[in-house]
Design a protein around this ligand. Sequence first.
Ligand code: XMP
Length: 513
Amino acid sequence: MEKEMIIVLDFGGQYNQLIARRVRECNVYCEVHPYNLSLEKIKEINPKGIIFTGGPNSVYAEESLRCGMEIFEMGIPILGICYGSQLISYLFGGSVKTAPVSEYGKTEIIIDNKSVLFKNVSKKTIGWMSHTDYIEKPPEGFQITAHTSECPVAGMENVERKIYAVQFHPEVMHTLEGMKMLSNFVYDICGCNGDWKMDSFVETSIQEIRKKVGNGKVLCALSGGVDSSVAAVMLAKAVGKQLTCVFVDHGLLRKNEGDEVEAVFGPNGPYDLNFIRVNAGERYFKKLAGVEEPEKKRKIIGEEFIRVFEEEAKKIGTVDFLVQGTIYPDVIESGLGKSAVIKSHHNVGGLPDYVDFKEIIEPLRLLFKDEVRLAGLELGIPDYLVYRQPFPGPGLGIRIVGEVTPEKVAIVQEADFIYREEIAKAGLDKELGQYFAGLTNMRSVGVMGDERTYDYAVALRAVNTSDFMTAEAADLPFELLQKVMNRIINEVKGVNRVFYDLTSKPPGTIEFE
Ligand code: XMP
């Protein structure tokens, strides 16, 4: 049976993979390809539908990315989003201009007709807008399907040619009925059956890995976090004992974490892996001494990781492949796409120039965190590991603002342990997207037992998020926060103040650095 697929053509928008992921949520396989994918290739893939993404340029600018008209002659349904919609209008002779008022954020969308794309969508709905140009007038043959108070063509269609377009972003969570629209496109317009599931991804990945690796030796960078654990088990299933997992305990892990990871992946655990634990804490603290700048810390931690791996690899003999649990938000936020650099996640942008392996395998590179968890469950990894709190590669190194020292690490480990314990007791551990304690670089005056103190402030963070690209501070019960504050101040030496971080992402990020 031929695999049903929708393809996303990337015109440089920052949500390109998010669109693909939303389509996969509709149980239809979806991949992102460059905007100029050849017609031959498209024919070969034989997609059920094509989605054009947004993009940063104006369609009429000379440097803007465009496709040819031939793609519209293939009879494949097309959905243009944001820039994609303007491009369709431009290519068909409609008028695209700088909008008198650019719209940004949640915007009321008024649906004008009974477009199939908007089947079961409310007449007035909320869409996420982010544009400075707009379609002033649709091309001939196209009907307006939606508008806003500032934007005359928030949606248009040419049913005969199966071309649909929206100015807003249905893929973003803030577009309240966006999933309905994508599902209408995929099912009602493209005629998909929706028989794709995560097990197909896991199975295909395992086969691809086997083919790629052959008889080669593979080294996996295991941090014990969800992503690298899923990558490790996937690799173990694909190539068994050709795989060695190296777990670098960089001294920046949560309390007891090193031993917990060893208990699962080590010789007494359920998996048949080659497992090496390297206790490298001292080495890290030396390198990090006096370093305050977040990006510098990330690069040091990332580079040291690779160095330790290289050393271990040499002991094993020729190692051909390095496996990393990089997931999609790491890739996009490290600025490897066309989006701006937010931070260099250690396992992507932080890679040193010289890496002594033939190739790096990143089997989860296109997945979002919740998709990684589904893949983990598919692979038979136990729930408690799959639903473990996300923990960044650079560990507590980026939860301690400013210089990292063993003393500060000990403070955060204890405070975080207490916080996690209380969150679990309150039954909130599965509900929250991510929660942890960090250490601010602030010291302030307090009084304890009639004595003046001059100690650090711990910051508590808890966010709700599904994709980790946007997040909101969780509304934790005040009594819970007070209890945690009391315990931290009483039980952790060196802390005399506790804050709760209310910042969303954006403008903040989830981690402190
Ligand atoms: P931010 O702080 O960028 O975090 O909003 C988004 C998600 O990514 C995790 N994170 C990292 N994971 N290496 C990782 O493997 C990193 O350098 C890194 N930085 C952030 C973070 O914990 C959150 O889940």
